[in-house]
Design a protein around this ligand. Sequence first.
Ligand SMILES: [Zn+2]
Length: 379
Amino acid sequence: MRRQVITGGAIVVISVASAAAYNIVQSRWFHAAGQRSGAPIEAVSAASSGQGAAPREAAERGWEQAGAAEPVTSAQQSATVAPMGAPQPQSAGARPPQAAAQAAMPPAAAKPAIACSNPNAMGVTRVVEIDTAGGPGFGSQHFKTFDFLRDHEVALTFDDGPWPGNTQAVLKALADQCLRATFFPIGKHATYHPEILKQVVAAGHTIGNHTWSHQDLQAVMKKSGQDAAIEEIEKGASAVHMMAGAPTAPFFRFPDLRHPPEMLTYLGGRNIASFSTDIDSFDFKIKKPDELVRSLMGKLNKLGKGIILMHDFQKVTSIALPQILGELQKNGFKVVHMVPKEPLTTLPQFDEAVLKENKLPTLSENKSTDSVVRTISGQ
Ligand SMILES: [Zn+2]
């Protein structure tokens, strides 16, 4: 089944095939806020294959240290593109009755996936669906294989949340421009602030995983071995999925952008894609919003496109984002939203491990504290 997100742009479907795939039962991906129906897919482009990685300059990253080059699993890529100025019909047999009914409606009756009150908003111009089978890698700082962005296209990504105040400010800036991004939350942070993560879900953004406790997995491997590194990945995946209360994406970003080859192989077997970056904002180092805007736009204008790494955890980013988006618009950049072909499937033993953690919110997490605990005596 092909799915459509109404954006006025186009959908691109990226398929990645690899021999290394575990037989994991996966349910269909239903994007939280996406109203979808079918769209015809025209196969237009073909295969590239490759192996390799680029060195990334070592740099101080505050509590994150920059990583080095790692190999990437080889895979075959094929891309199919469907232009999508308006919802288009497809043979009804390829989708559920509800979607067929939606497609039968005239375009004027189609509702946007997310209401947008700003007629001058940037909006998402293209949605790309990523087939994570075999664990493809994205972001030219480490992975050279799959370069799907066109000139002056960017994909916005935000790490290390959810975090009070900052994440909501990022969400507001994105909503004001009717944009969607990809978030890579930290598992522990998700357990601290599940209500904020649910706001990210409700806004229709894609939710990946950035480990349980943001440890450098190369260091974990060295100190504690492979199982400990796998636990960091899987507990993060389980925690984020559990706290989101909705399907999450098989998208992963390594802390500090350090990619142990063994873990890339592991993610390949789990059909989880790795996302490095094309443009690192270094917003964990730059403390002045104006400086962040200048620095980021300088890098972007030089490169011309790319996956941008920012942090919704960082105050400076939450302040600077409206200005960054304004500059993107002024400079003719278009925002692409990445969604997964299939949702993440978590592993039961790590779901249980997360539940056993101390201080984990209970299943009543959707209730406000005031509705659970009230003062009945004293002040
Ligand atoms: Zn991080």
